[in-house]
Design a protein around this ligand. Structure first.
Ligand code: PMP
Length: 381
């Protein structure tokens, strides 16, 4: 059989649509060259629209650098932060805060569930925190947090609300003004459908005022104050931006706004429903509590006796890359990303490979059962 490049259906990086890949392959402009400056400006303006943000910084980096930027610009060493964790990536705020001398107080959700609002309120009532952090969609558990409700609680107790949108942004609504989010930290390789390599942080005037109060911060490249003049006028220089990646992101942002935010979020819901109809047809279950499932990925329990490495190797033989578990779920589950610029085509290929892999490993399923169920769901109005 002739091998093609496998379709990457992990929860990021996600498949890169051809117009975005072509934008990446554009000229490597000088970073202060007029035509590039215009592309950068358009990209930043589009990001502001997507997030309802007062300010946006988009630079070279990754999601973890965004997390660091979010904290370093808003919280002083010695101050306390309430870390709400619904999985492995929520917990990442703990070592990150500690590295900055910030004191994390952690509220951990039961496995596969959301943190309970009453528990959060109890914490906020008992003590004054400099900020609250929440992972919108935790990529390890598939749990989606209650953003609007938690942002409102943070506001009630006069605490800054920092949202990790890495596995949600551009696939799930994050309207900062409507919800009362102060900072969104995110990156390019998930629902933006752009290759990895970018740090994206959106914040409001309140978060910027906090940065001003801090005086100096424990970082230089991560300091918003060094970047904001460049974001206002990209013909100025602070540090060289990844010009090709910015062109790719600019194209992705244009595609998002052309699709329309509401339509894009609805498409993500439809993709999730269709994919899960396929999973149900095979008798597979999610680890995520039903009221907490995110539309951007599925975290699926292995049927008993199915070996993680053998299953994922078989999937790859059939042309599809899926991800294994992280943290306590390692070996017990597999993860499929279904976000960005994909549709029923990619879902069908994935579910077909899933049916074949299960069969090859001794779990009999009706060929076409999952693909049929997903297509039937997709065709509903
Ligand atoms: N937050 C979440 C929710 C993530 O899923 C990830 C990466 N998968 C990160 C943060 C870290 O992002 P990066 O790997 O780009 O540093």
């Amino acid at each position: 059989m002739i091998k093609q490049n496998p379709l990457v259906m992990i929860p990021g990086p996600t498949p890169v649509a051809e117009p975005i890949r072509q934008a990446l392959a554009g000229p490597t402009y000088g970073h202060t060259y007029g035509p590039f400056v215009e592309i950068y400006k358009e990209c930043l303006a589009g990001l502001k629209t997507i997030f309802q943000a007062d300010h946006v910084v988009a630079i070279g980096g990754a999601g973890t650098l965004s997390m660091e930027m979010g904290l370093v610009n808003t919280v002083k060493a010695g101050e306390e932060v309430l870390v709400l964790t619904q999985g492995y990536f929520g917990e990442r705020f703990v070592p990150l805060a500690k590295a900055l001398g910030i004191v994390p107080d952690v509220l951990t959700a039961p496995a596969g569930e959301r943190v309970h609002l009453v528990d959060v309120e109890e914490k906020l009532k008992a003590k004054k925190y400099a900020a609250v952090t929440l992972t919108h969609v935790d990529t390890s558990t598939g749990v989606m947090g209650q953003v609007a409700e938690l942002a409102a609680l943070a506001k009630k107790y006069d605490t800054l609300f920092i949202l990790d949108g890495v596995c949600a942004s551009a696939g799930v609504p994050e309207p900062m003004k409507d919800y009362g989010i102060d900072v969104v930290i995110t990156t390019s390789q998930k629902a933006f459908g752009t290759p990895p390599g970018l740090t994206i942080v959106a914040f409001n005037d309140k978060a910027l005022a906090r940065r001003e109060q801090l005086g100096t911060v424990a970082g230089y490249y991560v300091d918003w104050k060094n970047w904001l003049p460049i974001m206002d006028n990209p013909s100025l220089y602070f540090s060289t931006p990844p010009v090709n990646l910015i062109q790719a992101l600019a194209k992705a942002v244009r595609m998002i706004l052309d699709e329309g935010l509401e339509a894009r979020y609805a498409r993500h819901e439809k993709i999730a429903r269709s994919f899960r109809a396929g999973l149900t047809a095979l008798g597979l279950e999610l680890v995520t509590a039903a009221d907490a499932v995110a539309p951007t990925l599925s975290v699926i329990k292995y049927p008993s006796g199915l070996d993680d490495a053998a299953f994922r190797a078989k999937m790859e033989d059939y042309g599809i890359v899926v991800a294994g578990g992280v943290g306590p779920l390692k070996g017990k589950i597999f993860r499929v990303g279904h976000m960005g610029n994909i549709c029923i085509n990619e879902l069908s290929l994935t579910l077909c490979a899933l049916e074949r892999s299960l069969t090859a490993l001794g779990i009999q399923v009706l060929p076409g059962a999952a693909v049929g169920a997903a297509c039937a769901e997709w065709q509903k109005a």
